[in-house]
Structure formats: structure tokens, C-alpha cells
Design a protein around this ligand. Structure first.
Ligand SMILES: CC(C)(COP(=O)(O)OP(=O)(O)OC[C@H]1O[C@@H](n2cnc3c(N)ncnc32)[C@H](O)[C@@H]1OP(=O)(O)O)[C@@H](O)C(=O)NCCC(=O)NCCS
Length: 173
């Protein structure tokens, strides 16, 4: 497999909405979440703004962009807002490699943790991140920032009972 992972450039931005839409097709497997496959995605202009902030990585398979990860510095943590792998490229270890690359770069840059929010128990969400070393945070372990992230997701229609926040300590790697 000819896989390359690098920081995104503005020229990549136009391809990222289609990748997010394609990735989200996975949610059709879950009746309660199927609507996410048709939900609005981040548009190219927003991606361009994030790319200018140096917060987007892409994976290229045979030189074609097939995945991206968007993460934002939040104090000493790097918060992963989105990771999407095009449906045609899923299940080949690309999501894991992208996550591991960003984890390593974040550690070297001095971030103390990776954080994210995701769906509990969906095979490609919480259990995947747990296998990558993330811990699921209980309600009493959430800092105000992560409480707000989960609250805003609920306002946008995500089922609160199925969402969780997760944390990977980068100090002990
Ligand atoms: C999550 C996602 C990025 C993973 O990318 P991927 O390249 O397909 O994943 P990988 O091939 O690296 O596999 C990662 C792990 O997830 C599991 N997995 C991936 N797709 C799966 C599926 N459809 N069903 C069950 N398990 C799955 C694999 O078994 C693998 O586990 P392991 O590495 O411990 O063996 C991809 O599924 C995706 O784009 N999903 C839709 C968007 C999404 O849910 N993003 C995450 C938001 S928090």
C-alpha cells in the first residue's frame, strides 16, 4: 500500500467534503444514526481556514487524498474534531495510521493529551479509540471544555446517551 501522511495544503480543501460524506455512509448501518449520512459536512471554505491554521492532516493512497484529520489546540490538549476515511479506503489501517501520526506529532510539539468525542460502542468509534489507548471519561471526569463539547453536540441533535468524551495521555507514551 502506497500511503503518505502529511499536513494538508489549501489545494486539498476541495476534496475533503466528499471524503467526509463518503465516510459517513458507515452510519447507515445504525438506524438511529442513519441521518448522519445525509447531514451537512464541513465545507471547503471552512477546511481552507482550518488548513491555514495548520490543524489538518491528510492521508494519500497512491497519491490521491483519501482521508483527513482535523484537530485544534485547546490549551495543552489537541482536540480531534474529525477523522474521516473515504468509504473505498476504509478498513485498511489508514485511520489508525493517521491517528498514530498525529498522536506522535502532538507529543513532539509538547501537547500533554489528545481528546475527542465519539459514539459509545460503535465498533469504529469508542472501541477503536480504546484500542489506541484512549480512556473514556465519566461525567465527573469531564473538564468544562469537554462538557461544553458534549452539550453542543446534544443541541445539534446527537443522542447524548450515546456520546462520550475520550482522553489519551501523551506524557506516558
Ligand atoms: C473511524 C474511521 C476514520 C476509521 O478509519 P479506517 O481507515 O476505516 O480504520 P482502520 O482500517 O484503521 O481500522 C481502525 C479500527 O477500527 C475498526 N473498524 C474500522 N471500520 C470498521 C467497521 N466498519 N466495522 C467494525 N470495525 C471497524 C477496525 O477493526 C480497526 O481496529 P484495530 O485497528 O484495532 O484492528 C472510519 O471508519 C470513518 O471514516 N468512519 C466514519 C467517520 C467517523 O466515524 N469518524 C470518527 C468520528 S469520532
Amino acid at each position: 500500500m502506497n500511503l503518505q501522511i502529511r499536513k494538508a495544503t489549501e489545494a486539498d480543501a476541495a476534496q475533503l467534503p466528499a471524503i467526509e460524506r463518503s465516510a459517513a455512509e458507515l452510519f447507515r448501518h445504525d438506524p438511529e444514526l442513519a441521518w448522519l449520512a445525509d447531514a451537512e459536512v464541513t465545507d471547503a471554505a471552512q477546511h481552507r481556514a482550518h488548513i491555514r491554521q495548520q490543524r489538518v492532516w491528510v492521508a494519500l493512497l497512491d497519491r490521491r487524498v483519501c482521508a483527513f484529520l482535523d484537530a485544534e489546540a485547546c490549551d495543552d490538549a489537541l482536540h480531534i474534531w474529525e477523522i474521516s476515511v473515504d468509504a473505498a479506503a476504509q478498513g485498511r489501517g489508514i485511520g489508525r495510521r493517521l491517528l498514530e501520526t498525529v498522536r506522535e506529532q502532538a507529543r513532539r510539539q509538547g501537547f500533554t493529551a489528545l481528546t475527542l468525542s465519539t459514539f459509545r460502542q460503535l465498533p469504529w468509534n469508542e472501541p477503536f479509540y480504546q484500542r489506541c489507548g484512549f480512556l473514556t471519561l465519566e461525567a465527573n471526569q469531564l473538564n468544562p471544555r469537554l462538557q461544553q463539547v458534549l452539550a453542543e453536540e446534544t443541541q445539534h441533535g446527537l443522542p447524548a446517551a450515546r456520546r462520550c468524551a475520550m482522553h489519551l495521555d501523551l506524557n506516558n507514551l
